[in-house]
Design a protein. Sequence first.
Length: 248
Amino acid sequence: MKKQLLCLCLLMLCITLTKAQDYPEMISVDGGTFTMGDTEMEGEKNEQPAHEVTLKSFKIAKTETTVAQWKAYCRATGRKMPEAPSWGWIDTHPIVNVNYDDAVGYCDWLSETKDANYRLPTEAEWEFAARGGNLSKGTKYSGGRSIDLVGVYDANSNKQTAAVASKKANELGIHDMSGNVYEWCKDWYGDYNSSAQSNPKGSASGLFRVLRGGHWVSAASDCRFAFRYYSYPENRSIIIGFRVLLSQ
């Protein structure tokens, strides 16, 4: 009887872990005020001027959306997987070859499934989380001063993505916000201004959506949490993925 009970408990644990793999684990980020952008004049002009931003609390995914999580979406909706990268689909790696609308579609499905408000993070929310929120230690990479410890980039990637959370987390327990894949943000790309802002949403319109975080063939300097990039929203690429945010 004890052996049967133990087997049943192990089976239930396996089922729970499998279900957890299907959906992102969320990390709470308490609201606060921070200086957004490059403050040391080391970065690109589009990271300036540095400006004060105040955000309300939210939750953000511990990792980038994985292949396994995207497969769960495809199973539930009958959607086909995107074109596979050269290394194939590995469940623990971030999903790639998804454009902006693909990412929004996943958020919409997750919202319906979990009865909650999932979406892409704004650029300000993304940077605040990458910095470590109110616990930030002020390092230029998300989680530390050494990119090799916290990020997957050109010098250590073996020319492909890596399993999520294979590098050190930042102060909030969030992984891979420096490197692995670029992450879609909700904002249209536009210039910064110097005025203080509360819960900014970026430009009202534009040609490009914001990308953040650097990727597996980025130089180290492009994996800084202040680094900004952008892409046409319809673009699908083996260097672009996303992570979700849960509004509170």
